[in-house]
Design a protein around this ligand. Structure first.
Ligand code: FAD
Length: 561
């Protein structure tokens, strides 16, 4: 909602574009089957489109609205998401605008009880978290889609029916020029929390709704306060409740506050109430100057997901597949990982470089990630919005103990998002080899970055699979033959040879002064890691076992074992 006198898109800092509705060729008889239609031009649909574009796959993105999502939504973007944005060629605009941060502070009744410092080091290319309004996220992704030359948009085009067959999907699209059928080999349903496609296919989200309500309000003010997460438990301005605050670019600040039990939601969202409550909170946070109200809303926490994210040729990504509580900033970040995961897999399948079986790994991997988010978010949500008198008592006890006792302070940790480890994935068939290592990322985990000279290990990973091979000068004939066999299966293969050189067009040598890479990866001469296009480890061997390495690559390419 916006203050009285301002329209729904009348923002203090962002100018919403208006996208016209072009006449669709289908209205004039064109029956082309598009390789991929993406329903929803939110951040997740556009990231999927950019991932496909990276591999030269064209997509058509439909959205019911004429512009980006309005109001204030996802603010915090995690490091792992910045790696995704980099891989799809969009990160520069994000780095130029977003505010990076590493720390947070929690207080109870005005006294500090916890200081959060998120893991960061010189080996990391990006900061653990960045704050940026979702409008900019959508604008930057849209700019990158337009620049790619592989993404077409149809705005003001609402999907009203979905026919899912074994050989393709037919959508019914309503546009200002009329209604028409649209054919696609695959559809990515990125149509958000109220997904129409879910309903059209007779699917339902399952899980829990939580009672506690939060108001979120964005205000504009000049406030000299660092970019860090502030959490106020039981402050004078919201007795018995919680207040959270985040800084965003353009002097915009996000304030979230918990409603007390019995507070009426209707009363809570009246402009006069919002102004009184937010004004008191800002004083509590140390701001005495003027401020303007930008936007506000009210929400509850949910942990809801589809049982299976893939329904034949319709694949659900982002909020259409799962709704997670916003504590711990996972809605957007979890969805970006969905988009990237299905993006490279679908591109490989559509280009004939992988078998369709590869698509079967999407749902277990990303649903597993969502269930992990639920496990963490449920703990955070119970703490932030205690559902019962018992939970409330535990929270009070923990917070008052945290004033004096170290052990209790960890409970006030907001549990920030970490990339999920695809340990049970069909794409990591030799995870048992992890037992051979005492360091390094396990099978299914995200790549551990290492600073190499003036760049990073992640800079050397290409768009395809990579082999990270540790040698001691001379390369054995076995390893050379293995690389050749891998390159034959995967033309995008990049062999990164640490400590030696290999004569093969896909090979690159990596210098490792001080053995930083070898130490970070628990490696000895002969060690080999297979890394997926999305920077997750597919498998690792302390001494390469060629048959297992090739079987892992085959699994990653959806080929029969
Ligand atoms: C008030 C609020 C605050 C939030 N705060 C945070 C936060 O701080 N941190 C965080 O991580 N997440 C937050 N989220 C969640 C985050 O905004 C979502 O996770 C994210 O927007 C999901 O993106 P999406 O692309 O999946 O869906 P959406 O952004 O919802 O996009 C879906 C798109 O599909 C279009 N569409 C819908 N139906 C159709 C149809 N039938 N035909 C064509 N197009 C259609 C819509 O117009 C829309 O553009 C918040 C959400 C809300 C609502």
């Amino acid at each position: 909602m916006r203050p009285e006198g301002r329209g729904p898109l009348d923002s203090l800092y962002f100018t919403y574009p208006h996208f016209a509705a072009a006449r669709a060729p289908e209205l004039d008889g064109d029956a082309t089957q598009h390789p991929v239609v993406i329903v929803g031009a939110g951040p997740i649909g556009m990231t999927a489109a950019l991932t496909l574009a990276r591999y030269g796959v064209r997509s058509l993105v439909l959205d019911a609205k004429p512009t980006f999502n309005d109001g204030s939504r996802a603010t915090c973007i995690a490091r792992s998401s910045f790696h995704i944005l980099e891989r799809v060629g969009a990160v520069d605009a994000f780095l130029a605008k977003a505010l990076g941060w590493t720390t947070g502070r929690s207080s109870y009744r005005g006294r500090e009880i916890y200081r959060l410092t998120m893991p960061d080091s010189e080996d990391e290319k990006f900061r653990p978290m960045y704050n940026l309004q979702q409008q900019y996220t959508e604008q930057f992704l849209h700019d990158a889609c337009m620049a790619s030359g592989h993404v077409a948009f149809r705005w003001q085009s609402e999907v009203t029916a979905t026919g899912n067959r074994a050989d393709g999907v037919t959508l019914t699209v309503e546009s200002p020029h009329g209604s028409y059928p649209l054919r696609a080999a695959f559809v990515l349903a990125a149509d958000g929390a109220r997904s129409a496609l879910r309903g059209q296919l007779g699917l339902r989200l399952k899980g829990d709704n939580y009672e506690g309500r939060y108001v979120i309000a964005d205000v504009k003010m000049a406030f000299d306060h660092p970019t860090e997460r502030r959490a106020l438990f039981d402050p004078a301005s919201n007795p018995g409740g919680t207040v959270l605050m985040h800084r965003q670019p353009d002097d915009i600040w996000r304030v979230d506050y918990q409603l007390r039990p019995g507070e009426s939601p209707e009363e809570a969202v009246r402009e006069a109430t919002i102004r009184a409550r937010v004004g008191a909170i800002l004083v509590d946070l140390g701001h005495r100057g003027p401020w303007e109200l930008e936007w506000w809303s009210i929400y509850t926490a949910n942990t809801l997901a589809l049982d299976d994210y893939r329904q034949g040729r319709v694949i659900f990504i982002g909020d259409s597949a799962h709704i997670v509580p916003i504590f711990g900033v996972r809605g957007l970040n979890n969805g970006l990982a969905d988009a990237h995961n299905i993006g490279w897999k679908l591109a490989y399948v559509l280009r004939g470089e992988a078998g369709e079986a590869l698509l079967d790994s999407y749902s277990p991997e990303r649903r597993g990630a969502t269930l992990d988010v639920f496990a963490n978010a449920t703990k955070s949500t119970r703490f932030m919005t205690p559902p019962t008198r018992g939970h409330r008592l535990v929270r009070e006890a923990v917070l008052s103990l945290a004033l004096t006792e170290d052990f209790a302070r960890g409970f006030a940790n907001p549990r920030q998002m970490q990339p999920y480890t695809y340990a049970q994935s069909p794409l990591t068939p030799f995870a048992a080899r992890d037992a051979e290592f005492s360091a390094g990322p396990v099978s299914g985990a995200a790549l551990a970055n290492v600073r190499l000279g003036d760049g990073f290990l992640s800079d050397h990973i290409g768009d395809g699979f990579s082999a990270l091979i540790f040698v001691d000068g001379a390369i054995s004939d076995d390893v050379a033959a293995l690389v050749a066999a891998m390159a034959e299966r995967e033309p995008r293969l990049r062999a990164l040879v640490v400590g030696g050189t290999l004569e093969h067009p896909c090979a690159r040598s990596l210098a490792d002064p001080g053995d930083r890479l070898a130490k970070a990866y628990g490696a000895a001469p002969g060690t080999l890691y297979v890394i997926r296009p999305d920077l997750h480890v597919a498998g690792r061997w302390r001494r390469a076992v060629p048959a297992e390495v090739l079987a892992t690559l085959d699994a990653g390419l959806g080929r029969p074992q």
